[in-house]
Design a protein around this ligand. Structure first.
Ligand SMILES: [Zn+2]
Length: 334
């Protein structure tokens, strides 16, 4: 087995960029963060490069040791040309050729993908999906998106939009979604949609337990406030939670039947809330999919947890090298 080689990973998010030095055997050597809130890409890109160079120097490595760079950003993006296309939480990043910029800066090949795919790859290569051929990683945060691994390959689709599961329509008469459609899974159960709904419904209820938990300020209501109110058995919050879990179960039941995965790993809220989230989900999902695919699948909180972002960028590069026949999956050598 060849010696593990180093990869630099960059996970570009709306408030920060996670920069990490990862070895191909999954060792996270070191990581740092570059602030990205409301900043111009012309400022952030050079800061990303110097953060990457510092990680290499601190580990006693140079650019010559580096095998490749991997980077992920939110969608939409031009996958083929490695360009970020002004995602909703990176509005200043208009048509930024991030892949080639990093490739030139480090003098190695750079590989690029969207953050859902990158998270799915990270959880597959180094988290709960290790050794499987079919898995989904679903991030349930402000929005909902998935990275889909089928038959041992990442599913990108024709325009790199595969895995946009948050915009499956669960009820065409449902609430309006940010994407312009009506009744998307995310419009029912995404963190932003739920918080906005509760803020609207409790606008005139200052004594509600949820508003109290938000310090009396309706604008502070978020998923954490709502889950705290559920734990305190507040009837309104429990009713919202039940509705939310029903929609999660409906969507995940569909995904069972479409992909027949052996693992569905859930990110963010499932990790933060644990049983409060997982128990009602596992109970309700039985109604929404066939028994055989359901029984073949473990639905679990993601294993990498808060380390996911540190593996995401590097996993993009590792998977690209795997597709090129230059790197075996971690379990292929065993
Ligand atoms: Zn939508």
């Amino acid at each position: 087995m060849e010696n593990p080689f180093p990869i630099l990973g960059f996970d570009v998010g709306g408030t920060k960029v996670a920069v990490s030095l990862v070895l191909s055997d999954g060792t996270l050597v070191a990581s740092s963060r570059v602030p990205n809130k409301e900043r111009e890409p012309d400022d952030v890109l050079p800061a990303m490069v110097s953060a990457g160079k510092s990680l290499l120097a601190d580990a006693g490595m140079t650019r010559d040791d580096l095998k490749a760079v991997g980077v992920c950003t939110p969608s939409p993006l031009d996958f083929k040309n490695g360009i970020v296309m002004a995602p909703s939480n990176l509005k200043k990043w208009k048509h930024v050729p991030i892949r080639d910029y990093l490739s030139e800066a480090f003098g190695v090949r750079a590989f690029f993908d969207n953050d859902s795919n990158a998270s799915g790859l990270a959880e597959w290569l180094f988290g709960s999906g290790v050794g499987t051929q079919d898995m989904l990683y679903i991030s349930i945060s402000t929005g909902i998106g998935a990275g889909v691994i089928a038959n041992g390959r990442l599913v990108r689709g024709a325009t790199c939009d595969a895995g946009e599961v948050g915009h499956m329509i669960l009820d065409v008469n449902g609430p309006l979604c940010n994407c312009g459609l009506r009744g998307c899974w995310e419009a029912f159960s995404g963190g932003r949609a739920i918080a906005q709904r509760v803020q609207r419904e409790l606008a005139n209820s200052p004594n509600s337990a949820v508003v109290q938990l938000a310090g009396g300020n309706i604008d502070n209501i978020d998923m954490k406030t709502i889950s705290d109110a559920v734990e305190a058995n507040d009837p309104y919050a429990c009713a919202i939670w039940d509705e939310m879990m029903e929609r999660h179960a409906q969507a995940i039941g569909m995904l069972h039947n479409i992909f027949n995965p052996s693992i569905i790993a859930l990110g963010t809220i499932a990790i933060q809330c644990g049983d409060l989230f997982m128990k009602p989900l596992l109970e309700r999902v039985k109604k929404y999919g066939w028994k055989q695919p359901r029984e073949a699948c473990s639905i679990v909180p993601g294993k990498l947890g808060s380390k996911l972002g540190e593996y995401a960028g590097a996993s993009v590069a590792l998977y690209a090298l795997h597709e090129l026949g230059e790197w075996d999956l971690p379990w292929q050598n065993n």
